[in-house]
Design a protein around this ligand. Sequence first.
Ligand code: KPL
Length: 306
Amino acid sequence: MTNHWILGPGSIGRLLAHSLAPFSEVALIGRRELPAQQRLTTPEGEARVQRLTSLTAGQLAVDAPEPPAFVHITTKAMVAEAALKSVADSLPPTTPLVLWQNGFLAQPRITQAWPGPVLCATTTEGAYLTGDDGVVHAGRGHTFVGDLNNRHGELAETLSQTLTQAGLTATAVTDIRQRLWQKLAVNAAINPLVALNGVRNGELRGEAYAGRVVAVVKEVAAIMQAEGIAPPNNGQGEEAWLALVWQVVENTANNKASMLQDVEAKRLTERGAILGPLIESADRYGLPCEVLQGLNDKLAELEASF
Ligand code: KPL
């Protein structure tokens, strides 16, 4: 049986664990142990209870299970490297990693530093936690898997088949870098504005915010062009990016974006992984980014008050 370790038992981590457990050995690794009985509520509203192995990194160091075929890192972007470090001594350095983070911060750094294969996954599966023993699979989505240097196509294919068999439809791709930046572009246009203003995604369509969305997208579109990221849906420049952003706003109108949830819970946000690479890229190419920098500064100020 293939053995998967999942570092970071948040919503995607637990969804992954529930989905893989009937076919593979799974260990959920976090800062604290979770109850062994875990409940998954399917998108159809069916409840399924399963026993899932949950371990801390400390327990793993003392009593490591079989070396895993894959280590999935499902933490927030800014703690992905620390999470990997906490288990690295218990792992053969050739172990394949799968990075599930938003943004484009952890992926290039870990790809460069880890000796073994590093796959990146980007998913539209929707899930949220309902306490220490429950996760709701709110909506089915699609997962794309690939590696930044296109050296591990076969491994990406194997993992995609495993995920698909487990009920999380996945496709191996050769353009994961493009896809990660595309998602980052959409997140940059939505997340900081809703988080700073305490509104649901759909409210961005209103007069109070729409102009600010356009201003963010203007900067983002120029950065994407400099980075060689093609506009979405075979469209042209800023207009194509804006159309995608409005489409996501429409589709997620009732959502509280992840960054808003972080701010409400007084947790650090993923601004460093979403706005950080954009601002860094703008600086590198000499492009304007006052709007993005302003959002980043306001979020930093807010985080400092937590
Ligand atoms: O991915 C999202 C998030 O919440 O992080 C968006 C697209 C903004 C939907 O809420």
